[in-house]
Ligand binder design. Structure first.
Ligand SMILES: [Zn+2]
Ligand SMILES: [Zn+2]
Ligand SMILES: [Zn+2]
Length: 274
């Protein structure tokens, strides 16, 4: 399968509109973007493609990257930066199966699948297919499993995508703290490519009103606030999950300029053949 990172940024993206911080200025000078999160997976055996999360930057992403429109979509959770691009399906595709978890979210009273169904009921091409977390289903000819992660207060899922013919495996942590359940870690383990949420360096926890948590042996927080992994947390998880290759994603403009373009941090447009 061919994996294209369409959007590697957090909810404001980099550059952030109206921001003249050193990192946003450097991104503009380099012609580099981290738009809102989305990953395109092409099944080269069947010619179908699967979109992991529907970024509000959908239109820009499909105009700037050499990828085909998706045949099917997986939604990890209902935050704006992962869901609100789905409206772009209007008049672009005739039918768009959207896969999401059926587990009821105590916070919203409905599941991710239920929220997508309610929100996009007006959109004829969209049909929502609900799946229990941990159960594998077929989408775009690939085996897909949603695995629970930790992104309070909402339910959120990591995603495992595996080619049933070649065995190639892509793992995505989804938006999550370092507190990923053991069962989900087991499912995400041993990927050819791991995409891990790494919103900021751990040092920035000093600036979060809730600080950091899940400290490592040296006291370095692996979670920023409550919702996302620090860079250090993502690297620590990646080490445990033993992927062939790891890219850090969901990256914010709060990285200092001299760290924001380090090799481990993904930028939009990267492609991987696995
Ligand atoms: Zn900025
Ligand atoms: Zn989120
Ligand atoms: Zn997000």
């Amino acid at each position: 399968m061919r994996v294209t990172l369409l959007g590697t940024g957090d909810t404001t993206g980099t550059p952030t509109p109206g921001c003249d911080c050193d990192t946003c200025q450097a991104a503009r000078e380099r012609g580099v973007e981290r738009t809102r999160f989305s990953v395109h997976v092409e099944n080269e055996r069947t010619g179908e493609s699967l979109l992991l999360d529907a970024s509000p930057d959908f239109r820009h992403q499909f105009l700037t990257q050499d990828v085909s429109l998706p045949n099917e979509v997986v939604i990890t959770h209902v935050h704006f930066d992962h869901l609100d691009g789905l409206g772009n399906a209007y008049r672009l595709v005739d039918s768009l199966p959207v896969h999401a978890a059926t587990e009821r979210d105590p916070e919203t009273g409905t599941s991710v699948a239920g929220t997508v169904r309610e929100k996009y009921d007006y959109l004829d091409p969209v049909t929502v297919h609900g799946h229990a977390p941990g159960e594998t289903f077929r989408a775009a000819g690939l085996d897909v499993t949603l695995v629970p992660v930790d992104h309070p207060p909402l339910v959120c899922y990591g995603v495992v995508v595996q080619d049933p013919e070649t065995g190639a495996k892509l793992s995505l942590t989804g938006d999550t703290s370092y507190d990923v359940p053991t069962k989900s870690r087991d499912a995400l383990r041993g990927a050819d490519l791991l995409l891990a949420d790494a919103i900021v360096p751990a040092a920035l926890c000093d600036h979060h009103p809730m600080g950091g948590r899940h400290e490592d042996g040296d006291g370095v927080p692996r979670t920023f606030g409550t919702k996302h992994m620090t860079r250090e947390g993502a690297l620590s998880l990646a080490d445990e999950l033993d992927a062939d290759e790891t890219r850090l994603v969901h990256v914010s403009h709060f990285y200092p300029e001299d760290e924001a373009f380090d090799d481990a941090l993904a930028i939009d447009g990267e492609t991987f053949d696995i």
